[in-house]
Design a binder for this molecule. Structure first.
Ligand code: BES
Ligand code: MG
Ligand code: ZN
Length: 489
């Protein structure tokens, strides 16, 4: 879908040539482009300010149908995220205008205060991610995605960007795969189906796949995971994906919360909090898509993706508040709130993975708490880790991909809020406050000495209002971040 072009810009026949323009400096050094930008002087409405847009049709001497100028604003405000956003916005507009093939001009090297590689990568990401429409459930498909998006640049001698573009395609296809799983309604992704759908995609990339059914989970003693699942007719699964390259020296385990619908259980959620709870498997989608992307990029580390999948429902068989269950690790848990189910399915998986695979690093990704959304809002995820180095590398990758994360504390003394009168631990804090922290501390009780981080994506995993390069629904948050992290390990 993405391709590169060099040579004579005016000779390419595309539906549109798109030229980003800065308000206060020339960011191009190609003569043809500079003279095209000169033509905008006659249009008083176009200054190159952020959000400005101007289209010329059928210009003489240029074969493309349209030339579109996009304002990037002042040079000091141009960042990789603003490039991602402007390309995304432009692709969406081209989709609405029913175009098929566009060519976006990359600012010249040395003109932006960032490497050409970084600019091209962000622009390609924005364009690719915006070129996605989730209309599986619409009878009439009103729009179609663009067939091709090209990037025009004149590389300095020796520079090649083909590999960069195919890496962007691989990783952003992962993000889109995750978005689709998250946006799919719960009736079409009950645990067995979701496990099979993911396995189908994983199989294409030759990942090793294991699926444990309810019987197997009972045999193994996943008491905490089974307690969450028992109120539903749709039985739980544990899906394990393995990418193991020859000679790998490190193992990283990724664990994703896969609640296909979170009703809250007997602690039923109120109306208004239920409607979007199909998104409660976003962590699972992110982990699965990361493994699938990783299998194509082929990094040198071994990666285990473990995905506990269950539906949190209420029925005559459902877990009752106050029930006590035995976790895989052996600790007993008093389930004082059936809506704090994410931590219950995660801890059994964490214990099993640590015991079976002895990973060097373990990262879990989960839409774990509403409290994290209260703390950081809907666009920023919380990172919890007692390992400074791991937390910093997650934040660093997050800054690069603009899947924003903020490190949160894990204060030892807050563990007192998880004390149970009758069992070894309670799944519900006795304090009203700091719910994202106490949820993380609950997980930490099962990680032993393994280097571990938890990413709470309850806020950014799902959006109700489209952004420049993401539509309403699942965002696929974390796929690009985790891929970047894995590549750098
Ligand atoms: N899935 C929810 C968390 C959530 C809330 C995700 C909003 C996305 C948006 C989780 O299982 C949950 O219900 N958490 C409770 C925990 C509480 C009962 C301790 C919460 O946050 O209210
Ligand atoms: Mg819940
Ligand atoms: Zn949940």
């Amino acid at each position: 879908m993405l391709y590169l072009k060099t040579g004579k810009l005016n000779e390419f026949e595309t539906d549109a040539v798109i030229i980003p323009v800065s308000e206060d400096s020339q960011i191009h050094d190609n003569e043809t482009i500079i003279s095209l930008i000169k033509k905008t002087d006659t249009a008083a409405e176009f200054k190159g300010a952020k959000g400005d847009e101007l289209t010329f049709y059928d210009l003489p001497d240029i074969k493309s149908k349209r030339v579109v100028f996009l304002g990037l604003g002042k040079i000091k405000d141009i960042s990789s995220e603003s490039l991602r956003a402007i390309c995304g916005k432009s692709v969406k507009k081209c989709i609405r205008n029913k175009l098929e093939d566009i060519l976006i001009v990359v600012p010249s090297s040395g003109k932006l205060g960032m490497e050409t590689k970084e600019a091209l990568e962000s622009m390609a990401e924005g364009a690719f991610l915006a070129n996605h429409i989730f209309d599986k459930y619409k009878k009439e498909k009103k729009l179609t995605t663009l067939k091709k998006v090209g990037f025009f640049l004149e590389p300095k001698s020796g520079e090649k960007y083909e590999d960069l573009l195919s890496q962007v395609e691989i990783i952003c296809s992962g993000t889109i795969l995750a978005r689709e799983w998250v946006s799919t309604p719960s009736n079409d992704k009950v645990p067995d189906i979701l496990a099979k759908d993911i396995a189908l995609e994983a199989k294409k990339e030759n990942l090793k796949i294991k699926i444990f059914d309810e019987k197997k989970l009972k045999q193994l003693g996943f008491g905490s995971l089974l307690a969450v699942a028992q109120g539903s007719e749709n039985k739980p699964r544990l899906l394990i994906l393995e990418y193991s390259p020859k000679g790998a020296k490190k193992t990283i385990a990724l664990i994703g919360k896969g609640i296909t619908f979170d009703s809250g259980g007997i602690n039923l959620k109120p109306a208004g909090s239920l409607e979007d709870m199909k998104m409660d498997m976003s962590g699972a989608a992110t982990v699965a898509a990361t493994l699938i992307s990783a299998a194509k990029i082929k990094p040198g580390v071994k990666i285990i993706g473990a995905i506990p999948i269950a539906e949190n429902m209420l029925s005559g068989d459902a877990t009752r508040p106050g029930d006590i269950v035995k976790s895989y690790e052996g600790k007993t848990i008093e389930i004082n709130n059936t809506d704090a189910e994410g931590r219950l399915i995660l801890v059994d998986t964490i214990s099993y993975i640590i015991k079976t695979y002895k990973p060097d690093t373990l990262i879990d990704v989960a839409t774990l708490t509403g409290a994290c959304v209260v703390a950081l809002g809907e666009r920023i995820a919380g990172v919890f880790s007692s390992d400074d180095e791991l937390a910093e590398s997650i934040i660093k990758s997050s800054n690069k991909t603009h899947e924003r994360c903020w490190r949160m504390p894990l204060p030892e003394d807050y563990k007192e809020f998880l004390k149970s009168d009758f069992a070894d631990i309670s799944n519900m804090s006795t304090s009203r406050w700091g719910g994202a922290i106490t949820a993380s501390l609950f997980l930490s009780e099962f990680t032993n000495s393994t280097k571990w981080a938890h990413i709470d994506i309850a806020g950014p995993a799902y959006i109700k209002k489209a952004t420049d390069y993401c539509g309403i629904g699942g965002t696929g948050f974390g796929v690009r971040l985790l891929c970047d992290l894995i590549i750098k390990l």
